[in-house]
Design a protein around this ligand. Sequence first.
Ligand code: CO
Length: 134
Amino acid sequence: MLGRLNHIAIAVPDLAKAAELYRGTLGANVSDPQKLPEHGVSVVFIELPNTKIELLEPLGEGSPISPFLQRNPDGGMHHVCYEVDDIIDARDKLRKTGARVLGSGEPKVGAHGKPVLFLHPKDFTGTLIELEEV
Ligand code: CO
């Protein structure tokens, strides 16, 4: 079911500061910030030779990453994103195993314009998993 690692996401309290840390101190290629109101986050992507890192900052009231940042005020690893060929097929197979899909279970359009779903961290060794159809 799983394809390539698409990205690792890190939640941060200050996106501009974190972007500058990666750009300046770590010498990485960092995209311009992008607001994703449907997901309650602002993001930048860091392009690495073999994958991407997504930096996430809360956007608006009730951002889904706000509770995480309350527990981890300096920021921290928030989720990993794996690629799948068919997100509906993957969702249905996972549900049959008892795995919980977050939200309505209908894919949303993610930061790359592709359908995404999130899986409950308690079902996957304490790690929030994003699936992205590619
Ligand atoms: Co992501």
